[in-house]
Design a protein around this ligand. Sequence first.
Ligand SMILES: Nc1nc2c(ncn2[C@@H]2O[C@H](COP(=O)(O)OP(=O)(O)O)[C@@H](O)[C@H]2O)c(=O)[nH]1
Ligand SMILES: [Mg+2]
Length: 647
Amino acid sequence: MTFTLESFDRNKREAIEQFDQLLLTYQDMGMAAEVAAISEIKKQLLEERFLITVVGEFSRGKSMFINALLGKKVLPSNAVPTTTVLNIIEYAKDPYYRLHYLDPARPSEIISEKSFMELVAPMESIKGNTDSELEYERALGKIKSIRHAEIGYPLEFCRHGVQLLDTPGTNELDPVREQITNRIIPQSDAAILILSAVKILSDSEMSFIRDRLLASDIQKVFIVINFKDQLGSKENEEKILAYARTHLESVLGNPRLYMVSAKEALNAKRAAAGETLVIRGRPMATWPMNETGLPELEMELSDFLQYDRGAVKLGKPVRQALRSIAEISDRQLKVEKRALTRNIANLKEKVQAFRPKLSKAVDSGNAALRKFEQEMKKEEESIFRWYEQELQALYAGGMAIFDVNRHRNTDFINRAVESEIAPRERELHLERKQRIADSVKAALERSGGELIQMMQGLQTELEEIVGQEETPSAGKQELALLGNNSPQESSFFEDIFNELETAWESRTSVIAKAIIGTGMVLTAVAGSLAFLFNRLFRQEDPKEKLKKQLAEQFNQSRKAKISGFDMEWNGVHQAVRESIRKNVNHKVRQIEDQLRKLETSAGLEQHEIESKLDLLGRQERKLQQIRTNLEKLVGGLSDSSRVGAKV
Ligand SMILES: Nc1nc2c(ncn2[C@@H]2O[C@H](COP(=O)(O)OP(=O)(O)O)[C@@H](O)[C@H]2O)c(=O)[nH]1
Ligand SMILES: [Mg+2]
């Protein structure tokens, strides 16, 4: 077993252990608001998965490669190009195949393994035979209604939260390409691009890498040259590798490059697992695992997931917990201690007088939400107008290229249109993402200012009930906190701002979840191409047909993009609204927790105060200990001392 997530699992268990300790401590301390917040962080960490996406053109061996990773023939792998269904494979104790449909009203459905195999690999139509073409189109029609297939299987490879995504094969101008590069790869932890050693780096593959892959994703791409077993000699292998390296370096810098035989790797794993493999009635000779090229790739893939991606997955929740501990021990505990040690006159009355301010804070939160809605309406109009214009221009550009080149052959035209469209589609995607984030931030800034001031003021006023810190230096710090850029102030919306920056590359945050729905709508346009190709190319003037086909495809793509944009905008809008509500609630509950403590401490006798201070001291030390452990954990995540670390 060369693929492992052991080190990540250890760190994750440690983080969960510390979160549990923290939850117990907060419970002891009566910090209800923090208990809720940390539970949420813990839940998100437990939901984390590693998503490995496998991409490549038809018949490069994507399905075979996935089977090789899994050591089992889970996916059909076919000489005839199989049709386009997005398959997600994950761990399950008992195997199942489930279809998720595009129509949100249609419930998902478990189907048998046999029906699944038939569905993803329908019989090719016989050209010119109407019955067979109709049958094929019916099969494609069924595929087009599917959002994706989910396959659960008792696989060691997936046991610790690894999901594998088998994507449909694509060619130039296939709308699916855009979605794979702009949606699916960004949300994946690693992408494996499968090439074939016997058809190394077609123009279409080069343009996929050059014009479609996002620069931000290039470091997570593993390039696998499959069909090693077809090369015959070490010299040939070297030649192909050198060729691929030279051509990829200009685009990818220093690409991770591997040569494998997916077929031999699968056989080797099956044989190692005790299966007897036979070919034409005789036992089959299998390659030694090491010669298949797979173990090397598995090792580097594990390292990348465990350390690079793992650091991101663990770093975020651990830092959030550390911020919570800092807020509690550096501010709230101090307030409580001051209340206990300084005999404050009329403490109970002061707390009573403070309470009505809390409901004013709630009102202010609601007002901010209403204002946010109005601001978003304004943003919405202009951002939609902008997007529609851009799409118009994009496809008009594509059609213009067709017109200029209409005397050339079909392949040439396809390539020319693809090289016109692909880079612009990519830029548009990046700009769309940035504009959505900027619009939401602008709306948030215009609607949240008063709210932040109010919340900030409340905390300060509450602290004033128990008086200022005694040491002069601490007093100065307190003053600085009231400044415009104080850490407290910015942190009120900071998490939302951060999420807006990273949501497109994540799958677990609230905003990311709002975006995902749109990312998996692959098959809406997939299959449509095959459908069109089959029928249209029989007709008289192929150029006219090609033009119509392009226009139809652009039209479909435009519609799909606009509806995706609509879903994404509304999803982000709703997610941010919920986050604002959550932040307000959290702050209000925090203040309620503090008020309750002040009230309790007001009624205490001297000996009770002493034992309370004792308890507070113990809780503070406990928090300190958790803080140290968590800091050590984050420190270790960025440590390069890992085994096999690459420089
Ligand atoms: N000789 C050989 N054949 C392979 C290898 N990988 C895949 N194939 C064959 O190539 C064809 C396409 O493979 P498949 O996994 O369906 O490709 P996909 O369309 O990219 O998913 C099938 O006939 C496979 O048996 C390999 O490493 N060596
Ligand atoms: Mg396949």
